[in-house]
Write a protein that binds this ligand. Structure first.
Ligand code: PYC
Length: 335
């Protein structure tokens, strides 16, 4: 098919974009969102690249598509589409999508204020607060998150040897705290962090092959994100991060799955307790409020159930055409 048209509603979560595609997407095959994600990646990835990459998107672009739930107890199911692929779970994407869908009358949950959301990584329970027309905040209770490995090392170009942990919060994160060869993300530009992250993610997955595989879903594997930490802008915040994902992106939001992974790491180290909040700042200074809701386990390993609360704003509508017969850049490009 040469010409496809997609109706989209655009917004952002704490500064990071969310493009919800509301019309034009195909039906997918599968009994859950993990299987549907695989079908989408095999047959329809051009929709993702066309809508996320330049010239219709940009390096930080991120979006989602909603589907009917597979279990009638749930309200809705979601596929995340990003410049980085189709993430198993995306926190800022969840907050933005729920805000867009509720404000635009696209979703009527069984219990007003609560959404049971099927994601490729598992069920995510979402609470939202909508006193009038606008949704003021969204809080998601994420999938089980856990520290997968600690004190690994990698040789980083320009910086030298770095020590890092790997933690799961819906995606696998290499977490790099300030240390001898790294003075903290606050001393680095986004451009420099992108350049370093891209190379060390490659080196980490080469040095530790098949080491980070989700214990309950082996389609979720490998370090996909690098989370650099550093000094906060506001002394009342608990932490600040620069999260690298895809090929060129630094998350403008504090990153929901990154916040979950960070809390799992801190909890495993005894630095964050059950019921404790973690106010996480993004690269641009926007904040999410994280919390360790429950201490639990996953396949015998200590784990947490984290929650992440944030806000999103809806700002526009787009009708986007992808015409592969007319436009050499129909499916997008990255430079
Ligand atoms: O909020 O989980 C998140 C996320 C992942 C990548 C960008 N944002």
């Amino acid at each position: 098919m040469a010409l496809s048209t997609f109706e989209c509603i655009d917004g952002h979560t704490c500064g990071n974009p969310v493009r919800l595609v509301v019309e034009g997407c195909p039906e997918l095959l599968g009994e859950n969102m993990s299987q549907k994600r695989n079908h989408f990646l095999k047959e329809y990835d051009w929709i993702r690249t066309g809508l996320m990459f330049e010239p219709r998107g940009h390096d930080m672009m991120s979006g989602s598509i909603l589907f009917p739930p597979h279990n009638t107890d749930n309200d809705i199911a979601i596929l995340f589409i990003e410049t980085s692929g189709c993430l198993p779970m995306c926190g800022h994407g969840t907050i933005g999508t729920i805000t867009i869908a509720i404000e635009n009358g696209l979703l009527f949950p069984k219990n007003k204020g609560f959404v049971k959301l099927e994601t490729p990584a598992g069920l995510v329970e979402v609470e939202y607060y909508q006193p009038k027309n606008k949704v003021e905040w969204v809080k998601l209770t994420n999938v089980k998150s856990y520290l997968a490995a600690s004190e690994l090392t990698i040789n980083c170009p320009e910086l030298g040897e770095l020590v890092f942990d790997v933690s799961y919060g819906g995606n696998y994160y290499a977490i790099i705290d300030p240390q001898k060869n790294f003075s903290g993300m606050h001393n680095f530009s986004a451009t420099k962090l992108v350049q370093l992250s891209k190379e060390i993610r490659k080196r980490i997955n080469e040095k530790y092959p098949d080491q980070f595989i989700h214990p309950e879903n082996d389609s979720i594997k490998d370090v996909s994100h690098i989370l650099w930490t550093g000094n906060t802008l506001d002394e009342k915040s608990s932490g600040r991060n620069a999260v690298f994902y895809g090929n060129k992106a630094i998350d403008r939001s504090p990153c929901g799955t990154g916040t979950s992974a960070r809390m799992a790491q801190l909890s495993a180290r005894g630095k964050l307790k059950e019921g404790e909040d973690y106010v996480h700042e993004s690269f641009i200074g926007s904040t999410f409020i994280g919390r360790v809701e429950t201490i639990t386990e996953i396949k015998g390993k200590p784990a947490i159930i984290p929650s992440v609360k944030g806000w999103a704003k809806v700002f526009g509508r787009n009708t986007i055409a992808i015409d592969s017969e007319d436009d050499p850049y129909a499916y997008g490009f990255q430079v």
